[in-house]
Design a protein around this ligand. Structure first.
Ligand SMILES: Cc1cc2nc3c(=O)[nH]c(=O)nc-3n(C[C@H](O)[C@H](O)[C@H](O)COP(=O)(O)OP(=O)(O)OC[C@H]3O[C@@H](n4cnc5c(N)ncnc54)[C@H](O)[C@@H]3O)c2cc1C
Length: 407
């Protein structure tokens, strides 16, 4: 088996991993190598063949594939080594990974490892939707790859599970592939903000998918409304959107603690996991955000990686952040001493207009405010944690709660 050593090893060449590598390479950090299991770099944007990328981080609009090429070129220009078709399969030491590729097995050691493995949508099996295993069942990622990367024919009529931004992107992908979107279905109750589609699609709220019908090919999807009513929608395609799960396998096999809310590795504001020298960044931390948010996180993480390469310091004790009330998760989810300027991403499990945020530690109120925005399951709130400097590093967990009123 081949054995090599580099200074910084980045796993995953999506927007986050490429941004870390770009910001680190050529700045005295030594050799920076990015490993990508796909045959091309760029991550998810490679198959998001529509506009809407680059605005936040590059200040210019571009399509997903153009954005992926742009980020790849920037990393190469900076001097990073990008290797594709290389899957990181496990660990051979605290900072040594095992890889497999066409050229065989390798062990690669580094002074710092950055996990930037992204997130995926939970497929039908993980959502426990019963039925046979007919053709025509996709997640958005699978649909986009089929349509944009492989030019495959999809079907005639599609039901979309979910009603968030990714579900709307799915409507566009289906229409471009000549498939009629028949409805968006979501368990969320009540009226949702209008999906903002040029040609509207019916949105069935308060409705769950209970079964898939069809053997060789999907013939229909069984639905149940919250009031008990049932129906079967005839369609040959169903796309499960949203419900993201971080690609956390490498963190798990390393024994790195995961956060119960995000299900990604728990990190502090410097993107440091529980294992000294291992950082994590991008969607692996919290499920889907925009590509620009992932790249900006990558840029911020690079500064912290660089600092670690210089001083080797890693905090021994950190205070966990626990979510309560309507909060599904918060990231980062550990507080290290000196984490004063933290920005928290917060994701709620239901829509709350102008929610109240309360932060306590050991019964002590650290902060309370009414936020002027609407919280919801599809989009994160970004909240500056100006109170972070008041967290007692020797105290118990910090509790953060999102609710309707002051309670
Ligand atoms: C349908 C859809 C539409 C979107 N639309 C927009 C939009 O309009 N604008 C926008 O800004 N964002 C959009 N996004 C979000 C954006 O694509 C993601 O936020 C971004 O790609 C996250 O970057 P990342 O680097 O964290 O992860 P990813 O892009 O997922 O990259 C992770 C990479 O890691 C690799 N990897 C994982 N495990 C391993 C391993 N063990 N070994 C080697 N490699 C590994 C994967 O192959 C992948 O290439 C959209 C996403 C989807 C799904």
């Amino acid at each position: 088996m081949n054995r090599r050593t580099v200074d910084v090893l980045v796993v995953g060449a999506g927007p986050a991993g490429l941004a870390v590598a770009t910001a680190l390479a050529g700045t005295g950090a030594g050799s920076v190598e990015v490993l990508e299991r796909e045959q091309e770099t760029g991550g998810v944007p490679r198959h998001c063949d529509r506009g809407g990328f680059g605005l936040r981080d590059l200040r210019r609009p571009m399509s997903g594939p153009t954005y992926a090429r742009h980020r790849t070129a920037a990393a190469l220009r900076a001097g990073a080594v990008l290797r594709t078709g290389v899957m990181v399969t496990g660990w051979a030491g605290p900072l040594t990974v095992e890889t497999t590729s066409r050229t065989g097995l390798e062990q690669l050691s580094a002074r710092a490892v950055v996990l930037a493995t992204g997130a995926r949508e939970r497929p039908r099996s993980a959502r426990l939707v019963p039925g046979d295993r007919p053709a025509g069942v996709y997640t958005t990622g699978e649909l986009q790859q089929a349509v944009h990367l492989y030019g495959q024919r999809v079907g005639e009529r599609a039901l979309i599970v979910g009603a968030g931004p990714v579900a709307r992107a799915t409507v566009g992908t289906l229409r471009r592939a000549g498939v009629e979107p028949v409805a968006l279905v979501t368990e969320e109750p009540g009226l949702l903000p209008r999906p903002g589609l040029r040609r509207p699609v019916p949105v069935l709220t308060g409705t769950a998918v209970t079964a898939l019908h069809g053997r060789g090919r999907l013939t229909g999807v069984a639905l149940r409304r919250h009031d008990g009513g049932t129906a079967v929608v005839a369609c040959d395609t169903v796309v499960f959107t949203g419900d993201w799960i971080p690609e956390h396998e490498l963190a798990r096999t390393a024994g790195i603690a995961l956060d119960a809310g995000t299900r990604g590795p728990a990190v502090d504001a410097s993107f440091r996991t529980a294992r000294p020298g291992v950082f994590a960044v991008g969607n692996v931390l919290h499920g889907v955000e925009t590509a620009g948010a992932a790249a900006l996180e990558g840029r911020r993480a690079a500064v912290r990686v660089r600092r670690f390469l210089d001083d080797g310091r890693w905090p021994e004790v950190r205070v966990p952040l626990v979510t309560e009330g309507a909060l599904r998760w918060a990231a980062p989810n550990l507080f290290a001493p000196g984490d004063a300027g933290t920005r928290l991403l917060l994701r709620a499990e239901r829509r709350i207009v102008r929610p109240v945020l309360t932060v306590t530690q050991d019964g002590r109120l650290l902060h309370r405010e009414r936020l002027l925005r609407t919280a919801g399951p599809e989009r994160s709130l970004v909240v500056p944690a100006r109170w972070a400097g008041r967290v007692d590093g020797d105290g118990g967990a910090v509790r953060i709660c999102l609710g309707q009123g002051y309670g």
